[in-house]
Structures are given as C-alpha cells and as structure tokens.
Design a protein around this ligand. Structure first.
Ligand code: ATP
Length: 484
C-alpha cells in the first residue's frame, strides 16, 4: 500500500534545501532554459522533454500561457527567477501560524503566483546528502494540460509509485478550511504530498524536525479538519527499530498524562520498513529555545527559567509515577505545546517494576552531555544464556533522570551543560564518572543561590544523595508561586 503519494509535476531540479522557485514563471523558465535543460535538470520522468515542450507550445499557442502577461523588464525577470528562501517555520508555530513567503507581485493576479516548497528528500538516518536524490518540485501552471506530468525519483524508503491524487476542486476545499489556521499560498491547482496512516490520508504541509532515524512532518487531514505531526521512522536498522516500537508502547501507556505528547494513531508498514506515528502538533522544542536564548546578550529571565524548570519537573513526575525512567532526558525531548512542556521521545525509556529500584540496559544512545555517571558504569553481562552476554550494560534508576534534569538546569543558568566544554568524547565520559572531578559553578548573581544549590544536589555522583523529582517539585512550587 502506498504511504506517500504525490502529484507534483513538470520539472525536477537540483536545488538547495529551503529554496523554491517562483512558480508563476515555471513555464517561462522552462522555455528560456530549454537549451540547457539536459545539463541542468537532473531527472525528467517517463514523459520526454520533447513531449513536454509540445504541450507547452500548445498551451502557449492557445494564448493562455505567460504571453498574456505584460512583458517583464530584464531586471524584473531576473528577480522573478531568483531562488528565494522559505521562511523558518519553527518560529511561527508559537503563534499557531505558518508563514509562507509567497512572492506575490502586486501588479499581477494572485492566481498564477504560487510555488511549492522544495522537498529535498533524502534517505532518513543518513547525514550525508546524496545529491542525486535531491529534487525540487515545481507546481505546474494551471493552464498546462494535465497530461504534462512526470514522475520523480523517490527516496529509497518511499517505494511505491507516485500517482496523481489531488484535483483542483479538492484543493479549493482544503485551502478554505486551512486558511484560518495556516496561511497557504493562494493557488488554483497546487499539489501536495500525502501520507496515509491506517487508510486515513493526510496532506504534508512541512517538515517539523528530524531525529536520528526519523523525520517529523506537519500534516493536515481535511475530512476531520485536524492538524497532526506525523513521525516517519525508518525501521531498517534492527536495533533502533526496537527502540521506536518501545517508544510507541510507552506513549500508549501514558496517554492519560497531560505532559506527554498525545499519540492518535500509528502503523508499521512492514514492506517499506517504516513506522508512522500520528501525534499532536507542538511548537518549538526546548533545545531550540535554549539555542535562541544563548544568542541573547542577557541571561534568561528568572521567571522563564523557573517556568521551564517546573514544566520539566511536572512532565518527568508523570512518567516516574507510571514506573518509567526516561534515561535520555535532554532539551530536544521537551516540546512546547499550548504553553506546556511535553515529553516527546521515549526511544530508550524503561519500565521499572514496583519491587525494583533500577534496571539494567544496553549501552545508551542518548546525548552524553546529559547522561548520568551510573549510566556509564559498564557492567558486562555475565549470563552466558543471555543474548546480550559480554556486551556492556548500565544501571539506571529514577535518579538518573534527576541527574539529566540537573544538567538541563545548569544549561538554563550557564548556557552550557556541565561537561560540554570537554570535546573529546572519552575524556568527557571519564570526567562524568570521576568522583574526584569537581563540577564548575561560576558566580551567577542573576539567579538565587537556591537554584545553584539545586543543581549541585542533582549532580551528585552518589545516586542516593540526589533528590527525587517529587522533592524538587515541593522545593520549587513555592518559589514559582511567589514570582507568578
Ligand atoms: N509532535 C511534534 N510536534 C512538533 N514537532 C515535533 C513533534 N515531534 C517531534 N518534533 C520535532 O522533531 C524533532 C525530532 O523528533 P524526535 O525527537 O521525536 O525524533 P527522534 O528520532 O526520536 O530523535 P532522536 O534521534 O533525538 O532520538 C524534535 O526535536 C522536534 O523538534
């Protein structure tokens, strides 16, 4: 079954990520660059260029192409063909809007001015871009006969053929429904990428983020009129596949918690080796907030610091009270959703049974800047019958999450994590476990001493000495109340 379908058409181009082509001039661009097309465009699908040119000429001779537009001045023409950047969407989510920089020239009718954002797909889970797989879609001029369509190269995990699905009347409907929430560019016949989860179809609006082996898209279902985030996870790598399936199980178990991202649906597509998870849409994650705040000349205001701290504590309390240790807490795993911080990633979380205080797990995948010392104290499995015999193991408990929270609080105050300045990974890891090593606490007059004391308590290498999340909530609720 096809999970992604598409009816983008006309030309493909080796473009830069985040660029798009002014659609209004797609026809004229093709015409002008006819001489160099074979060199410039990477791939044209089953319909040959000659056939496309024939169709374009037919459209032009009908008097419905760009020949009706007033002749453009040479400068204007260059400007119009300029590749322009798409605005960063991340910022706009805080306001619930998606701003799209549609280049609209005032003197011309809006109906011909639209461009589809470039979707530079590449195999997920790989950091290197394979240039041959990049392509850029240009939505066709509405007047081009519909048979001028061509297929495009597909990302390896999208194995099913691209087919035409969206019709112009459909599109009008979708657009009018989306307008209040999302400003789509005005268009008569834009075309969308679609994704299906358990036979429910969603239009992909844009990419929200990327993980180690996943991509998250902002999607819209126009029958239910709902916005969703769909996480597309590659299950090609056996080890991480287990982690993601574990994550879905955890999310399912935590659906009653208001500080955990809501999951609406999921589907494992075995043939395509992908997992699709339908989630509520969030805004910015805490790592992006921290990066932006690090650019400011002033420190994060105290009320904001306390707000993020309390939000993290509430979220972690919810998982701990369900017997779950996250074990990979880091700012990127906290997402801002309607004013709350919610936990989004449970890839390596573990359940602790009520009669146990810790669990032993395989080597961590989480970020080393937030990892607790006990998580790095290897204990090789000695059980010869165990499949993990001989492999390094580590012991985690609820207090491992407290250490990670301490690292995040440290970062909220000092704009870096306690071990971030150590660049060599093995030096960093041995410093984290080294009881002799004293963590630096530079003077921080912009926060109360209590906050620095809290960090010190959380970052104690002796697990038993660290406070629990409940202790921390008690300590801070009062301080937060007096400020708000
Ligand atoms: N529901 C959502 N709404 C909005 N953005 C999201 C949502 N889920 C994830 N994101 C964005 O996508 C990014 C990657 O998502 P996520 O952390 O779930 O992927 P991952 O593959 O599990 O990551 P990692 O490799 O760090 O474990 C997040 O940091 C966040 O910015």
């Amino acid at each position: 079954m096809s999970s992604f379908t598409n009816d983008f058409s006309l030309v493909t181009k080796n473009g830069q990520e985040g660029d798009f082509i002014n659609q209004r001039n797609a026809l004229s661009t093709v015409k002008r660059t006819r001489q160099c097309q074979r060199r410039k465009f990477l791939h044209i699908g089953p319909l040959q260029l000659d056939e496309i040119h024939k169709q374009i000429e037919e459209a032009e001779s009908d008097g419905i192409s760009e020949s009706k537009s007033p002749p453009a001045k040479p400068d204007d023409a260059n400007k119009e063909n300029e590749v322009k950047p798409i605005s960063k969407l991340q910022d706009s989510f805080d306001f619930g809007f998606m701003s799209l920089n549609t280049p609209v020239k005032k003197s011309e009718p809006v109906k011909n001015n639209f461009a589809t954002p470039s979707l530079n797909y590449r195999p997920i889970g790989t950091s290197k871009i394979n240039r041959n797989l990049e392509f850029q879609y240009v939505t066709p001029n509405t007047k081009i006969p519909p048979k001028v369509q061509c297929s495009v190269k597909m990302q390896p995990y999208l194995r099913t053929p691209i087919t035409k699905l969206c019709t112009a009347p459909d599109q009008h409907k979708v657009e009018s429904e989306l307008k209040p929430a999302v400003q789509l560019r005005p268009s008569l016949d834009p075309t969308f990428q679609r994704i299906k989860v358990n036979d429910v179809e969603y239009i992909i609006l844009n990419e929200l983020g990327k993980g180690g082996s996943s991509e998250v898209f902002h999607c819209y279902n126009h029958e239910m009129k709902t916005h969703r985030a769909i996480k597309v996870v590659s299950l090609a790598n056996g080890a991480s596949a287990t982690g993601f399936i574990n994550e879905v199980k955890m999310l399912k178990a935590l659906q009653q918690c208001n500080r955990i991202i809501k999951m609406f649906d999921y589907e494992i597509k075995e043939e395509e080796k992908i997992l699709l998870v339908v989630l509520e849409v969030g805004g910015t994650d805490l790592s992006k907030i921290l990066k932006e705040s690090a650019l400011n000349t002033t420190h994060m205001p105290l009320y904001m610091l306390l707000y993020y701290w309390m939000e993290m504590l509430y979220a972690v309390k919810q998982i701990h009270s369900h017997g779950i240790v996250h074990s990979d807490l880091k700012p990127a795993n906290f997402l801002k959703v309607e004013g709350y911080l919610k936990l989004i990633d449970f890839g390596i979380a573990s359940c602790i049974q009520s009669d146990m205080t810790s669990v032993v797990k395989a080597v961590p995948e989480g970020s080393f800047n937030y990892i607790s010392p006990e998580a790095l104290s290897n204990e090789n499995s000695t059980n010869v019958n165990s499949p993990s015999y001989g492999k390094p193991k580590y012991k985690i408990s609820y207090k491992s999450d407290v250490w990670s929270l301490g690292c995040i609080l440290y970062q909220l105050v000092y704009r870096r994590t306690p071990f971030q300045h150590i660049s060599q990974i093995w030096v960093k890891l041995s410093t984290i476990v080294n009881a002799e090593h004293k963590i630096e606490y530079p003077e921080a007059p912009w926060v109360p001493q209590k906050i620095i004391d809290t960090i010190r308590e959380c970052l104690q290498r002796d697990v038993k000495l660290r406070p629990s999340v409940d202790d921390l909530i008690l300590l801070y609720e009062n301080m937060f109340r007096t400020l708000s």
